[in-house]
Design a protein around this ligand. Sequence first.
Ligand SMILES: [Zn+2]
Length: 452
Amino acid sequence: MADLTFIGAAGTVTGSKHLLTLGGKHILIDCGMFQGVVDVRTLNDVPLPIAPDDIDAVVVTHGHLDHVGYLPKLVRDGFAGPIYCTPPTEAVMGVVLDDSAHLQQELQERGYQHQRPYAPPMYYDQRDVDRTKRRVKPFDYHTPFDVAGVLQATYFNAGHIIGSAFVALAFDGKRVIFSGDLGRYDRPLLLDPEPIGAADDIICESTYGDRVHPPQPLSDLRAALDAGIARGGAIVIPAFAIERSQDILLAIATLQREDPGLARVSVHLDSPMAEKVDDIFARFPNAHRRIDGDAPETPFGVRNFHMHVTAADSKALNGVSGPHIIISASGMASGGRILHHLHNHLPDRNATVIFPGYQSAGTIGYFLTHGAHTIHLYGDSLPVRAAIVHLEGFSAHADQNELKRWLATASGTPHLYAVHGEAESAAALAATARTAFGWKSDVARRGTTVTL
Ligand SMILES: [Zn+2]
C-alpha cells in the first residue's frame, strides 16, 4: 500500500509534484514550478505538505521548468536526498535551472515585472542550483534502480523532449506508471513514446485530453512563412529554447530543401539557451532520431543560418532589413530576448509574428493570439500592426488520439488518475479511460491523497 498526494499539476498544467509515501519513506515524483497567471504562480509560495528534509528522494521525469524548477528551493530548504533522472535530462535540467536562477536574479535587480501585479520572491540563486546539481544521480532508460529502499524505478522514453521519460515504479507486487509529459508519434526529431506494459495505476498527463492537433504543421508553417516574406518585413518566431526551437529549425531546413528560394531568407537563432540545448542533442545522439544534413556549424542543416549568442549579437539584429526569420525565447513571450524583438516589430505592418505552440492565459503570447490591438511592453504602449499567426501543430504534447494510442499499450485494468490538465481536458481523459478501456478513473485534485 502506498499513499499518493497530488501537490501540483492537479487542475493546472504546471507545478508538477506528486508525493508517494510507503514503508515510512517519502518520494517526490517531479518538483516543478507553477507558471502562468498570478493565481497559479502564487501557489509557489504555499508551503509543501511535508518538510523538505523529510523527503527521501526525488524522481524526475524530464527537464522542463514546470517539472524541475522547484528543486533548488527544495534543496535550499533542507532536502538532502538523491535526485534521479536520465542522463540527457541531467543536462537539460542544468541549463533550465541556471536560466531560472539568472532570470530571478535579473528580476530582483530590475525591481519590476512587465505589467504584472505580482512580484515573486527570489526562490533560489545560482549557489542553490549548483548544490542541486550535485544531488543528481542519472540512470539510463530501461535500467532499474532502487529508490529509498522501498521501490524499484525504471525510465522509459516518453518522446516529449530530449531525455524525457515516463517512469514505472515497482513495489508490493504492483507496477505504477507516472507518464510525466507524454510526447507524440512519428515526429521528425524525437522517438515515439514506448509501450506501457503491465500497469496497476497510471498517473497520466491530460494537457490535450479533449483536443486533437492540426495534422499538417509543416505546410501550415510554410504558408505562414510565404505570407510573411510577401509582407516584406521580419518574421519573428517566439519558441521555447528546449525542443520547440529545434523543431522549428528542423522544419525550416526541410522547407528550404523543398523550396530553395526560401533559403535566400536568413534565419537567426537569438538564444544562448537554445545553443546549449543544440549541444545536448549532439552529446546524446541515441536519445533522438538521426538528423540528415546535420552539420556542426548549422543546426539541422539550416542554410543561411546565423547564431546570436551575446547581447551585442542580439542587438545587431535590429539593423537587418527585408524579410528575415528571428527565432527567440520564450515561447509565450513571458520573458527573454523575444520581448526586444516584439518591441521592435509589433508596430511594423510589414512584420509577422508566428506563435508555434500553446499560449497560456495571462501571457503576451495569449493576448496576441487572441486579437489584442495594443501591447504594453517596457513602459510603452505598442500598436499591433504586425500579422499574428498561431500554429498549434508543433505541440510537444500528445493529443487526445495519441494519449489513447499510448494508453492502449497498457496491459491489465489500471486505475487512471488524470493530472497536468485544465479541468475540461482532465475530465475528458478520465472519461476516455472509462469508456474506451473500461478502467476506473479519477481527476486528481490538488491537496488530496489516494491509496494505491
Ligand atoms: Zn514538459
